[in-house]
Design a protein around this ligand. Structure first.
Ligand code: UDP
Ligand code: MG
Length: 139
């Protein structure tokens, strides 16, 4: 299948809420190929590294605590216009602003506990996919 990749995480809150399966179903129904998938967890050091771009933001420490509060699912996804189409599927960062039918509208509990991550550019998608997966784990 043709297309670019994006990287996603199903965040600890959505895993706790038992919504991982429903989110994976939405991703498949939206036409994304699941290239790589694993359940894992972030250490404090790895969460800080993953979100390093936000290290000066007031929400950074809380975000790192939240992202290390339980297991996550890491996903590499493939589709034409994967980055843009996935951001559309998940909705706005703040679930109060997320469109009806989006993953965050359906499954987020708050701005922080907002169910899923999605890469914001093709370049970051490659960096983030490599943060979790070796080339040989991408099919
Ligand atoms: N976040 C937060 N408070 C904010 C902004 C962001 O807790 O005011 C968290 C939220 O979990 C978000 C993540 O930090 O998903 C990364 O923020 P970003 O602005 O990159 O949002 P995203 O790209 O995830 O929509
Ligand atoms: Mg972002």
């Amino acid at each position: 299948m043709a297309g670019e990749i994006t990287f996603s995480m199903i965040k600890p809150g959505a895993v706790r809420d038992r919504n991982a399966g429903a989110i994976l179903a939405m991703i498949e129904k939206a036409g994304f190929d699941i290239v790589s998938l694993k359940k894992t967890a972030l250490t404090k050091e790895r969460a800080e590294a993953f979100y390093a771009v936000h290290s000066e933001r007031p929400f950074f420490n809380d975000l790192v605590s939240y992202m290390t509060s339980g297991p996550i699912y890491a996903l590499v996804l493939k589709k034409e216009n994967a980055v843009t189409d996935f951001r559309t599927l998940i909705g706005a960062t703040n679930p109060a602003d997320a469109a009806e039918g989006t993953v965050r509208k359906l499954f987020a509990n708050s701005m922080e506990d907002n169910a899923v991550h999605g890469s914001d550019s093709d370049e970051n998608a490659q960096i983030e996919a490599s943060f979790f997966f070796a080339e040989v784990e991408r099919f």
